[in-house]
Write a protein that binds this ligand. Sequence first.
Ligand SMILES: [Zn+2]
Ligand SMILES: [Zn+2]
Length: 474
Amino acid sequence: MFEGSDLSVLDFQAMSDEGLIDALRTAHGASAAAQAAEVFAVRELYRRHRAASAEPGPGGVRAGEFAATEAAVALQVDEGSAAAMIDVGLALEDWLPRTRAEFAAGRVDLAKVRVIIDSTRAVDRGALSELEPRLLETAERTTPVRLRQAARRWAARLDPGGAQRRRERRQDDRDVRIRAMQDSMAVFDGLLPAPGAQTVAMRLREMSLQVCASDPRTMPQRRADALVALADGSGQLRCACGRGARCPKKDVAEAPRRPLIQIGIPADTLLGMQDAPAFLAGYGPIDAALARILAEHARFQVIPERPEADDQVAAEQVARSAAPRLDREVRALDGMCRFPGCTIPAAESELDPSRADAAVLCARHHRLKTLADNKKVPWETWLADPDRLQWTAPTGDVHTTSSEGARYLFPHKDIDVPASPKESAAQTAPASNLPDDIAYPFRGHVLVHRQLCRITPEDEIPDDATTPAINRAY
Ligand SMILES: [Zn+2]
Ligand SMILES: [Zn+2]
């Protein structure tokens, strides 16, 4: 451990892999504590500015506004970011005392703090004493994206009416915009209701995979070309491999349309008898009312609940007596890739046929698992029980994932959910003009090194031969 040591003088080249991972954790905690200090400093500056305003002006809303300006200039960041820091500091003081303490100690980072704030904004204060410790505990072992999904799911359970209210208000902010950039390029950007955005994303992905594997374009480039192809009337991505008649995708036949988005919803919620959150694959929870609107034009697959055994012997009996799970069942129950933190939707993922009880994995993580099973990489995976897939990292750290989709389809099995408070009084959330997409600060970074351009699961380009990845040259 490097607690208290000066990270800048560490000799990384001399460290073991374990030492490097350890240093990484320590440094991450130190930077989180530093982020907290920044937030608290700007928040205090704001408090002093406000206290110094003799005349706060109508409603007091403008008092202290130049605290953000001062901080922004000192740090050379934009004022919106400084204002966001003040906002974070205020939220932590107002309703998240435990999160504030954990942030100050560097045990939770800014990205996760922002997720916790955003997902508790409109939650009944009485429910927070249950919700906040649970979120902090979850933050320790998950990514910001997955934390956001869990937080929304729990908030939706504690205050179902609140989710619908927030969604309806947020939909008013929808927008698609273009911003000119240098070198004849433009940023095409937008904020959409999640099902619409997911429909666009899945359509672009589908079009990106309609060319052969020798197409030289990266997935980001294909998505960009596909968006234009959607708009210019061609509606299809032409393969750029240059192999002419030898290209296996030279005539892409009109395949039957398959659904672009997938939603898991409990039967009683679909029928309006309950208001449990539904699961939009690739996005996370959506409220029951929205799911019912989308269901009007949906194709349905019924996923029965299977009996559950409480010990290994009974589990094997159940497994033997029952028919094997159908692919669509496994996809619906898993909902998304079973690698820790991966959010590739199940419909876009592969099923691992090597297990009796198959699990959904995206192309990237399916390859990792195949390599691990063949002892080509120092990872290990095993199914601890039907719900728990364990991943042991090369350093020995164990990560477990469960079937996310099943928690939505069968809400009574969602044992992680905090107990619902006796009364959850309806309340209006404070208005927020902060962007909804709060991810790790590196998101949006454009990679300079081309060899890294397939590093994320959503940018992985699957091979089009059926040969297992393990037989290929590396
Ligand atoms: Zn081709
Ligand atoms: Zn994955």
